[in-house]
Write a new protein. Structure first.
Length: 412
């Protein structure tokens, strides 16, 4: 029988998928808004902006709240709100109403991530690989979104969108079960500032540079999520299926990349793996913008690997750079810097309206290079004693030890 922390991580990972399916769903809905409502590129990307902008604004607030108080009830409540907003997106033909309900969904997603990252950190006992499995759940949710949207909206039109609330209902129930298994009710946040001497000192300068790199990654990811389906349809001459497959490939890479990132970090260290991933992404995004025909799918797959391998490593690095502010760190690395990419997507849309999608996607090539530059001199953060103490289970269980340097390894 699995240990309680393992069960709670599994439940959290699946609930994470149920939440992040709605982040992927917004971009997956864009081609249908263009087809059914004749939105231009700028108007369609404005919907992605609506989901991202409010989420970006409130994300630090939720992170600060979870650093001060344990708010486990946020998990099921935010999961439902995130799903309800997307479910209502196709009901009204009003552009304003659509923006409002999608923004509501963004608030739900913003509220989920800081508390979920805190609970997952405690349940994982500091294991990078275990946190990779938690992040994997969110990435699977992203990957499932195009298929879910295609199954519901492609068959019933935008007015069938209320059916999209089903994953939110399931996710809320899973959150409740995970919290009961983890025994977090009434538990104070483990990284409170009062424990700063035990947890270690916050390195805000390193955290800021890490966050800047994740912002670059976010802009690339959201920009491609918004327009890759339309771009591939144009470049390959395929229909809706061709675009849906490309979006699925972009998201599905997270299933392999996130788990691989944790294992690669165990062997080579987190920062070297993150840097090489950003370097790979430069070449892969260039392929998306420049390579013609079906070879585009290979470039999309490489881009997915480059974007997803460092995903969970961003979270653990951020939490170790801010050991007394793990809620804030989780909110920024899992939420704010991810959702803020949506703020830039309308600029891509405006450029695409003025020129072409191919030209509009070209500037995204430079952003992973900027991220690599920000990361190149970062040092591996020290492991807080409070987390390292949890890193070894009773009886020396494998899979829960936390390494603080590339030379130290753990088994998953």
């Amino acid at each position: 029988m699995p240990k309680p922390h393992t069960r709670s991580l599994v439940l959290l990972s699946v609930s994470h998928a149920c939440v992040d399916v709605y982040q992927g769903a917004v971009a997956a809905l864009v081609p249908f808004f263009v087809a059914e409502r004749a939105y231009g590129y700028a108007a369609a990307s404005g919907i992605v902006l609506a989901a991202s902008l409010l989420s970006s604004v409130v994300q630090p607030l939720f992170g600060a709240l979870t650093d001060r108080w344990a708010l486990p009830w946020l998990l099921p409540a935010s999961t439902f709100v995130g799903g309800a907003g997307v479910a209502l997106a196709g009901v009204s033909g009003s552009y304003g109403v659509t923006l409002a309900v999608v923004a509501l969904s963004g608030v739900g997603v913003a509220a989920y991530h800081p508390e979920a990252a805190r609970v997952a950190r405690r349940a994982s006992r500091g294991s990078h690989t275990a946190m990779g499995w938690f992040s994997l759940g969110g990435n699977l949710g992203f990957a499932t979104a195009p298929l879910l949207i295609a199954a519901v909206v492609a068959t019933g039109g935008l007015r069938a969108s209320p059916l999209l609330v089903v994953p939110a209902l399931a996710g809320a129930a899973l959150c409740v079960a995970a919290l009961r298994t983890a025994g977090t009710r009434g538990t104070a946040p483990g990284g409170a500032a009062a424990r700063a001497g035990e947890a270690g000192r916050d390195d805000w300068a390193s955290f800021a540079r890490l966050s800047g790199a994740v912002v670059c990654r976010s802009i690339v990811f959201v920009g491609l999520s918004t327009f890759i389906a339309l771009h591939v349809r144009e470049r390959t001459g395929g229909g809706e299926v061709a675009g849906t497959v490309a979006l699925f490939v972009l998201y599905a890479g997270g299933a392999v990349g996130t788990v691989a990132g944790g294992r690669l970090a165990t062997r080579f260290g987190r920062l070297p793996v993150v840097r090489w991933s950003y370097a790979l992404t430069v070449l892969a995004v260039a392929g998306i913008a420049l390579v013609p025909g079906p070879l585009l799918y290979g470039c999309v797959a490489l881009t997915s690997a480059g974007l997803y391998v460092p995903f969970s490593l961003h979270v653990t690095l951020g939490q170790d750079y801010l050991p007394t502010r793990v809620g804030t760190a989780g909110g920024v690395t899992l939420g704010l810097t991810v959702s803020i990419g949506g703020v830039a997507s309308p600029l891509v849309g405006v450029l695409a309206d003025a020129t072409s999608l191919r030209v509009a996607l070209a500037p995204l090539i430079a952003l992973p290079a900027v991220g690599w530059f920000l990361l190149r001199t970062l040092r591996e953060p020290a492991v807080p004693e409070s987390v390292a103490g949890e890193g070894t289970g009773s009886g020396g269980e494998p899979g829960v030890a936390l390494e603080s340097a590339p030379s130290r390894t753990f088994r998953a």
